[in-house]
Every structure is written in structure tokens, then in C-alpha cells.
Design a binder for this molecule. Structure first.
Ligand SMILES: [Zn+2]
Length: 308
């Protein structure tokens, strides 16, 4: 990593920390650490490679001498869960029930798809405590709420809300500066999830990837993401109606104001999911991910680089 690209642990409210990893591209995510009034320690997500996970835990150890007692997985993707195995066995890993299913179904596949990084040692450790709609943790007097926004980025998303501090960890419902990735989630669900995020009226948003958002920036980014989904839905409905493949639709669409966002190859993956929905197929039916990745690589112009 370049010196300018070092991860940074930022205290966003007393005892509430965001671990922000530049540049937020594939497999380089943000996590959180919350210290309870009883000195308990909760992590929001882990990260991708063994080296990054060890760096995360070392960084968190500078603000809390406690071992993590809880890890919340905002969803199943490897960049958010591959470090679960590194926290003590006594820690409770918490996720939506579909997150647990997807962690078990996906295994370590992401490390085979996004090659490039030295992942080191990684193991699958799924959530051991699951919920369906919402769950509240009381860390002494500190309240941490988990809410399932419905299917959006994946089937098993969780947002983490600290009502007293008005801090919202969105997981990958928000890629700040990047295109959303909905191939394993739902376009329709994502649109309502954005409104759900807005309803918190958060002071600080910790996106799954990209820089922290504060104040007026939050709604500006949510507006942009909503505009993207409108663009996506319009492309999908006209392309689907005229029998074009997702790749043909993207090629014909050409440049848009969203092309300059990071990971613009996701557009074709998102169109695959949009077609799946327009075909009336159930959400629980997984896309053929190898085909989606082939199209994304073609659009990217070669293997997708991942420098986690
Ligand atoms: Zn993700």
C-alpha cells in the first residue's frame, strides 16, 4: 500500500470509531468499532485479507483493551466477513439470517474471483446469532440497533444505527464514489432501502466503501444513488422489452454521468439482476455469478484488478 492509502481509525463520536480504508475499491471496505459504557467492544464487520484484518485488530487495540465481544456482519461478502475467524471464539458474530445462509453458500469464493491480493489464511466463520427484522444490543448504556432494510445489496443486509450518536453504518448499501453492486440483491429493494437510509436523518454515515459522509453530503449521495437506480431501471426495462442482452444495453447506452464512478463495470452485473426481476424470478434464486463476472470483466476490458 502507498503511504497515502493507509487505513485510518477515526473517532466519529465518543467511543465510536470508523476504520476507513482507502481507496474503497474491490475488497477494500470500511469497518467500525464501538466501545460500550461497560467497556465491551463491538466491531461492525471485518475485512478481506489476513494482513488487513490483523492491522484492523491492532488499530482497534489502540482505543480499547477489550477483546471484541460482538461482530456484526452487515452482509456476507468476503471483504466484510473474512476476518470473523480472527476474533476470539467467545465473540458472538451477528447477522441477518440470510447473511448466515449466504456466508455458508459462498465460502471463500470471492478470493478465487478477485485474485491479486495475498489473502493469507482465511476461514469461513458465519454469524452464530441471527435475526430477521431488527435487534437491539445494549452495551451498558450504549444502544446499538440492527435493522434489515429488506433485500438490497444482498438478501441479508443489516444497517447498524446508534440512535444517541446518530451514526449509521450502512454496509454496502452505500459505496461512496462507487457504483452500487446489486447482482446478489434487488433493484426494487435497493430503491426502497435508500429511502430507509434517509429516514434515519443520520449525522454521520459510514459507507461500506469510500469516505465518511456527514451532514448535507449524506442526502446528496443518497440522491445520486437514487438517480443511478432510475437510470438502471430505465435501461433495464427498455433493453428487456427489446430483447437485448445486458451487455448490448450497456454498449449502446455509452457514457453517462455514472461512468466516472468507481467500478463502473458493475452496471452490467446490475442489469443482470434487473432482468432477473423483470423475468419475475424469485429473489432467493441466485444469478449465475460466473456469467455475470465474465460480462463485468469484458466491460472492464480485462481481469478486474483488486489491490486489497
Ligand atoms: Zn458487499
Amino acid at each position: 500500500m502507498k503511504p497515502s492509502a493507509q487505513p485510518e481509525l477515526v473517532e466519529i463520536a465518543p467511543g465510536v470509531h470508523a476504520y476507513v480504508q482507502p481507496d474503497g475499491s474491490w475488497m477494500i471496505n470500511n469497518t467500525g468499532a464501538v466501545v460500550g459504557s461497560d467497556d465491551s467492544l463491538l466491531l461492525v464487520d471485518t475485512t478481506s485479507t489476513e494482513a488487513r484484518n490483523r492491522a484492523l485488530l491492532a488499530s482497534v487495540a489502540t482505543v480499547s483493551s477489550a477483546e471484541p465481544g460482538y461482530v456484526i456482519n452487515t452482509h456476507h461478502h468476503g471483504d466484510h466477513t473474512f476476518g470473523n475467524w480472527l476474533v476470539p471464539p467467545s465473540a458472538v458474530i451477528i447477522g441477518h439470517e440470510a447473511c448466515r445462509e449466504e456466508v455458508l453458500a459462498a465460502g471463500l469464493l470471492a478470493a478465487q474471483v478477485l485474485t491479486g491480493p495475498d489473502y493469507g489464511h482465511i476461514e469461513v466463520r458465519p454469524p452464530s446469532l441471527t435475526y430477521t427484522k431488527s435487534l437491539t444490543l445494549h452495551l451498558g448504556t450504549r444502544v446499538v440497533e440492527l435493522h434489515h432494510p429488506g433485500p438490497a445489496h444482498t438478501r441479508g443486509d443489516t444497517v447498524v444505527w446508534l440512535p444517541a450518536e446518530r451514526v449509521l453504518f450502512t454496509g454496502d448499501l452505500v459505496f461512496a464514489g462507487g457504483q452500487p453492486f446489486l447482482a446478489e440483491g434487488s433493484i426494487t429493494g435497493y430503491r426502497s432501502a435508500l429511502e430507509f437510509l434517509r429516514s434515519f436523518d443520520a449525522a454521520v454515515v459510514v459507507p461500506g466503501h469510500g469516505p465518511l459522509l456527514r451532514g448535507a453530503e449524506i442526502n446528496r449521495v443518497l440522491d445520486d444513488l437514487a438517480a443511478y437506480t432510475t437510470y438502471l431501471a430505465d435501461l433495464a426495462s427498455s433493453g428487456h422489452a427489446s430483447g437485448k442482452t445486458p451487455m448490448e444495453v450497456v454498449r449502446e447506452a455509452g457514457e453517462s454521468r455514472f461512468s466516472s464512478w468507481q467500478e463502473s463495470e458493475r452496471l452490467v452485473g446490475n442489469l443482470h439482476r434487473a432482468y432477473h426481476e423483470l423475468d419475475g424470478k424469485p429473489l432467493s434464486e441466485r444469478l449465475e455469478l460466473p456469467r455475470v463476472w465474465m460480462d463485468m470483466m469484458e466491460l472492464h476490458g480485462g481481469p478486474i484488478t483488486c489491490h486489497a
